[in-house]
Design a protein around this ligand. Structure first.
Ligand code: ADP
Length: 267
């Protein structure tokens, strides 16, 4: 039969304490659940770009198959590179899920003009949109992690594509003391008050506006981690309705090294 529980005055406190603890536990669980949900949606978002590229090349291959040897090589290269990128992304997503983004980079001398041209080619293919690359010199060397630099370019150019309808311009400037990479779009722009927050994790300007584009507010926080890891600096110029320019300034590679590299000598 039903057993009555007698609550003595001091037991009441214990019960209150217990229910308090229980509520706290529930909150923690809920919070973690939210974080997990968010992680899953972020991960799928970030993995979508390389998947889009792989998908579009695979469908070209299906259509043209062996009939176009040039395409075959380009497609296989693209599919391989993008799978590598997905692998890197999953690693970074996991790092983000567990706390700090993975800031390790393996620096080597790379030609930023080539990285930009490769990225533009990939994204033109995937999105059927124009991406214009201009450089005041060719090649322009920086000390960079090739995979991370590609990821960085993808994030900025993809944002440009997402938040504008016009062409995207990538500009490379070899200056006396540094190398400046700019990514410019003529899109919706970022409200002045929001500019300082765009590199924060999960920050999105306008949830309703941004939801249509299916972002996560994670891209630019990954980009910032990559910029920091390269000892580079970023600034944002943006005007609502006019467009946005992100400028990333990389430290200069030792000029001598530069000459040796282009002269084909051993360093
Ligand atoms: P998301 O996945 O939402 O694009 P990001 O971290 O890449 O996340 O960007 C954060 C927010 O900054 C975006 O939601 C968007 O509101 C704004 N933003 C980023 N790039 C641009 C751009 N080129 N033009 C306009 N707004 C931008």
């Amino acid at each position: 039969s039903f057993q009555k529980i007698d609550i003595k005055p001091d037991a009441k406190d214990e019960l209150a304490q217990m229910s308090h603890t229980f509520n706290e536990m529930m909150e923690l669980l809920e919070e973690n659940y939210d974080k997990q949900q968010r992680f899953v949606s972020d991960a799928s978002h970030e993995l979508r770009t390389p998947l889009t590229v792989i998908e579009s090349y695979a469908s070209l291959l299906k259509r043209w198959g062996m009939k176009k040897p040039d395409l075959l090589e380009e497609a296989v290269d693209a599919i391989y590179d993008e799978s590598q990128r997905m692998k890197g992304l999953t690693k970074q997503m996991l790092a983000l899920a567990t706390g700090e983004p993975d800031k390790t980079v393996i620096l080597q001398q790379i030609d930023l003009v080539k990285s930009a041209e490769d990225t533009a080619k990939r994204l033109r293919q995937a999105y059927r949109r124009e991406i214009v690359v201009t450089a005041n010199e060719k090649p322009i060397y920086i000390l960079g992690d090739p995979e991370r630099i590609k990821q960085l370019l993808f994030i900025f150019v993809e944002n440009g594509l997402k938040y504008s309808d016009d062409d995207i311009r990538i500009t490379l400037d070899q200056k006396i003391n540094n190398v400046v990479l700019s990514i410019q779009d003529k899109g919706i722009g970022i409200p002045k008050d929001d500019i300082p927050n765009v590199f924060e994790r999960f920050f999105r300007v306008d949830k309703a506006r941004s939801r249509q584009t299916g972002g996560s507010g994670l891209g630019l926080s990954i980009a910032k981690a990559i910029i920091d890891a390269h000892g580079a600096k970023v600034d944002v110029q943006s005007e609502e309705g006019k467009g946005t320019t992100f400028r990333i300034s990389f430290p200069q590679v030792n000029k001598k090294q530069n000459e040796k590299q282009s002269g084909g000598e051993k360093v």
